[in-house]
Design a protein around this ligand. Structure first.
Ligand SMILES: CC(=O)[C@@H](O)[C@H](O)COP(=O)(O)O
Length: 256
């Protein structure tokens, strides 16, 4: 699948926040063999010394960067942050977050559609962090988005795919749109499940950054994503309500 005309080397997108150290972040990115890393402009102030070291590290990792507008609660904040990100990272890709509720970090889908339209008209390639709502998805596509990033569960919750039915419906409605499950993935089996549903990629931050061994967890996610993708491509069996013998019987044994 192409993301705005660009193939990814891996369907694993990795967040770069909350790691115990820059070295551990670097080893996690390497072990994940991430196709994309996402970076928040607002978490690491470009003016600070620590910020400068962070930017240098991000560049050295040599992985495509998807800047994000994490922490933005209004259209104006998100649009301004996207413009700053375009300058800093010299990319027109932007992961667009407009948060609507501070407790759940649920996206404000109304602000999201508006910001997506403004940024798309300004030449940005928008990756919107959204819900699994089909109507909102239609609006985002009409606003110029060519990728959708529905949540699995609230950011940082690690709850996995809360609404498998909704995510499956989104996949079925938009077979040609690149879809990424973003947020709420807690363990590798959640990522495998997303890929088994036919999603094109997953984005994970907290589950790797907050693991006891982030590099090992990054490797586990890489393997899970690979397994889930292969399973989808292998056309998995349908679940059944009733038992079906896995060993067909040919006649009955002759009992003495
Ligand atoms: C870094 C980033 O983009 C997050 O806002 C993202 O949504 C990941 O969520 P998790 O931390 O739950 O993986």
């Amino acid at each position: 699948m192409l993301f705005y005309g660009t193939p990814l080397t891996s369907p694993l997108m990795l967040g770069t926040a909350q790691y115990p150290s820059p070295e551990i972040l670097a080893s996690a990115v390497r072990e994940a063999q991430a196709g994309v890393i996402t970076v928040s402009l607002r978490r690491e102030s470009a003016g600070q010394k620590a910020g400068q070291a962070f930017w240098s590290l991000i560049r050295e990792l040599n992985v495509p960067v998807l800047p994000n507008t994490a922490g933005c609660h209004t259209v104006k904040e998100a649009v301004t942050t996207a413009h700053m990100a375009r300058e800093v990272f010299e990319t027109d890709w932007i992961k667009l977050e407009v948060i609507g509720d501070s407790d759940t970090l649920q996206p404000d889908v109304f602000g999201l559609v508006e910001a997506a339209r403004i940024l798309s008209e300004d030449g940005f390639k928008v990756f919107p962090y959204t819900t699994e709502d089909l109507v909102v998805a239609e609006r985002l596509l009409a606003a110029g988005c060519e990728v959708l990033m529905p949540w699995g569960a609230p950011i940082g919750s690690g709850r996995g795919l809360n609404n498998v039915f909704g995510l499956r419906a989104l996949r079925a409605h938009f077979p040609d749109v690149p879809l990424v499950v973003d947020a709420g993935i807690g363990v590798p089996s959640h990522a495998a499940q997303a890929m088994e549903l036919g999603y094109d990629a997953v984005l994970i931050n907290t589950a790797v950054a907050k693991a006891g061994d982030p590099a090992l967890m990054a490797r586990a996610f890489r393997l899970a994503v690979e397994a889930g993708k292969a399973a989808f491509e292998a056309d998995p069996m349908e679940a059944r309500d009733m038992a079906a013998p896995s060993t067909p019987l040919l006649g009955r044994p002759m009992l003495a």
